[in-house]
Design a protein around this ligand. Structure first.
Ligand SMILES: N[C@@H](CCC[C@H](N)C(=O)O)C(=O)O
Length: 407
C-alpha cells in the first residue's frame, strides 16, 4: 500500500508555469485597456515594419523620380480638373490604383513585421503520437519557453501536437545529438519513445543521411535510435528501472525489489499496478483486484480512459506524476494498450509506455519477451532481450508538414 508522500511541487507546478509576481491579480482590464494595448502593439509592429521597409521604399521613390519626364508640381497641376485655387490647394485625392498600392505596401509591411518573429518547424508523427520538431542544433539553449511550446501544441490556437521536440547539440563526444522535449502542458519529460524515433528521422531528413544509428543524449541517459532501410526506426531504449524511489513511486516493492501487482487505492477502488521507469515513470495495470486483473485484463473498447486516466496521473503514490497504461492481453505475444500520458492526456501511442507494458506483462507472467503492443495509433514491436536486459522498440516515424510558426 502506498503512504502519502510529500508532494513534489516542482514537478506538479514547475516554476516556469507559476505566475510571476507581476501577473498577480490586478484590476480587471476594461475594453479601453484592451483597445489601448491593441493600439500600442499595432503601433510597435508598424514602426518595425517601417524601419525594415525604409530603405527599399526610399530607393524605389528615387528611381521613380529619376524616370519622371517633368517636375512633380507640373504633373499634379496638369492632372487637376480645374486650375482654380481650390483645386490646387485641396488635399490630393486618392485614385483606386494609389489606394491599392498603399494597401499592398501596408500588407507587406505587416507580413515583414510578423515574419521577424517566426520559427521553422516540421511536424512528425509516430503512430499518431505527434510532435513539432525544431532544429536547435546551433545552440545549447532551447529556442522557446515551455509556455510558448504549450501554446504551439494547442490544437485550436497553435499547430497542434502532443509535444515539442528540440534537436540539440551533443552534450559530449559520446553523443551525435541530444534531445529535449516539452509535453503539450509545458512540462519537461526525461524521455519519449515515439519522439526519439521522430527525432532520428528529422535529423536524417535534414542531413540527407543514409540509414544509420544515432547516439542521442536525453535526460534519461544515452538512447540509440537506428534508421532502417525499410523506413522503420529501431531504438535501443536501454534497461527498465525498478527501484521504487527511482521510478519514482512510494509504493513498496512486492517482488525482488520491484513493484509488481501492488494494490493501489484509486478513488475508493483497489487496482493492481506495476511501477516501471523507462527514464520516465509508468504505472501499468491490467485491472482491478478481484476483477479484470484476475483475468486477461481490461476490456479496452468500453474503458472510460478520460475519467480514470487523470486520477492515476496525479495519484499521490507517484510524486512526479505518472504515465498510465491500461492493458488487455490477447495472447502471449500480443497485447492491447490505451495510455493516459503525464502532461499530455490521452494520446494515440506511447513508446516508453509500450516498453513498460511488456516488462510488466513479463513480470506478471502474462506475455513473452517478444511482444506486439497494439495502440490506438497502430502496433509497436517490443523485445525485452534476455541476454542483456535491454529493450528494443521498433516502429514508424513520418513527416506530416513543415512551416513557419509566428511566435
Ligand atoms: N509519448 C511518449 C512519452 C512522452 C513523455 C510523457 N508524456 C512523460 O511526461 O513522461 C512516448 O512515446 O514515450
Amino acid at each position: 500500500m502506498c503512504t502519502e508522500p510529500p508532494r513534489d511541487e516542482r514537478r506538479r507546478d514547475p516554476p516556469s508555469r507559476r505566475a510571476p509576481p507581476h501577473f498577480a491579480p490586478r484590476a480587471r482590464p476594461t475594453t479601453a485597456h484592451h483597445a489601448r494595448a491593441r493600439r500600442h502593439r499595432f503601433a510597435r509592429l508598424e514602426v518595425r515594419a517601417r524601419v525594415r521597409l525604409a530603405r527599399p521604399v526610399a530607393a524605389a521613390r528615387a528611381r521613380s523620380v529619376a524616370r519622371r519626364p517633368y517636375p512633380l508640381a507640373t504633373r499634379r497641376r496638369a492632372r487637376s480638373t480645374a486650375d482654380s485655387p481650390r483645386a490646387r490647394f485641396s488635399p490630393r485625392r486618392s485614385t483606386p490604383r494609389a489606394s491599392h498600392a498603399r494597401a499592398t505596401r501596408v500588407g507587406r509591411a505587416r507580413v515583414v513585421a510578423e515574419a521577424s518573429r517566426t520559427i521553422d518547424f516540421i511536424k512528425y508523427q509516430g503512430l499518431g503520437n505527434d510532435f513539432i520538431l525544431i532544429d536547435n542544433r546551433d545552440s545549447a539553449t532551447v529556442k522557446m519557453s515551455s509556455e510558448a511550446a504549450a501554446k504551439m501544441c494547442d490544437r485550436n490556437f497553435g499547430i497542434g501536437g502532443d509535444g515539442v521536440i528540440f534537436a540539440m547539440p551533443p552534450n559530449d563526444a559520446s553523443e551525435d545529438y541530444s534531445m529535449r522535449m516539452f509535453n503539450s502542458d509545458g512540462s519537461e519529460p526525461e524521455m519519449c519513445g515515439n519522439g526519439i524515433r521522430c527525432l532520428a528521422r528529422f535529423v536524417s531528413d535534414l542531413d540527407a543521411m543514409p540509414p544509420k544509428k544515432y547516439k542521442v543524449g536525453t535526460l534519461a541517459g544515452l538512447i540509440q535510435p537506428e534508421m532502417r532501410a525499410d523506413g522503420q526506426v529501431a531504438v535501443d531504449m536501454g534497461m527498465p528501472i525498478f527501484e521504487p524511489s527511482e521510478v519514482p513511486t512510494t509504493l513498496a516493492a512486492t517482488q525482488d525489489g520491484k513493484v509488481v501487482r501492488a494494490e493501489m487505492d484509486v478513488d475508493g477502488e483497489k487496482w493492481l499496478v506495476n511501477a516501471v521507469s523507462m527514464g520516465n515513470p509508468h504505472c501499468i495495470t491490467f485491472g482491478r483486484a478481484g476483477g479484470e486483473a484476475d483475468g486477461p485484463g481490461l476490456k479496452l473498447d468500453e474503458f472510460p480512459l478520460s475519467v480514470v486516466g487523470p486520477k492515476f496521473e496525479s495519484h499521490p503514490c507517484f510524486p512526479a506524476r505518472t504515465n498510465t497504461e491500461f492493458t488487455q492481453v490477447v495472447n502471449r505475444n500480443y497485447v492491447k494498450m490505451h495510455v493516459w500520458e503525464r502532461g499530455a492526456g490521452a494520446t494515440l501511442a506511447c513508446g516508453t509506455g509500450a516498453c513498460a507494458t511488456v516488462v510488466a506483462g513479463v513480470l506478471e507472467g502474462r506475455v513473452d519477451r517478444r511482444c506486439t503492443v497494439e495502440l490506438p495509433g497502430g502496433p509497436l514491436e517490443i523485445e525485452w532481450r534476455e541476454s542483456d536486459g535491454r529493450i528494443i522498440m521498433t516502429g514508424p516515424a513520418e513527416p506530416v508538414f513543415a512551416g513557419k510558426y509566428f511566435l
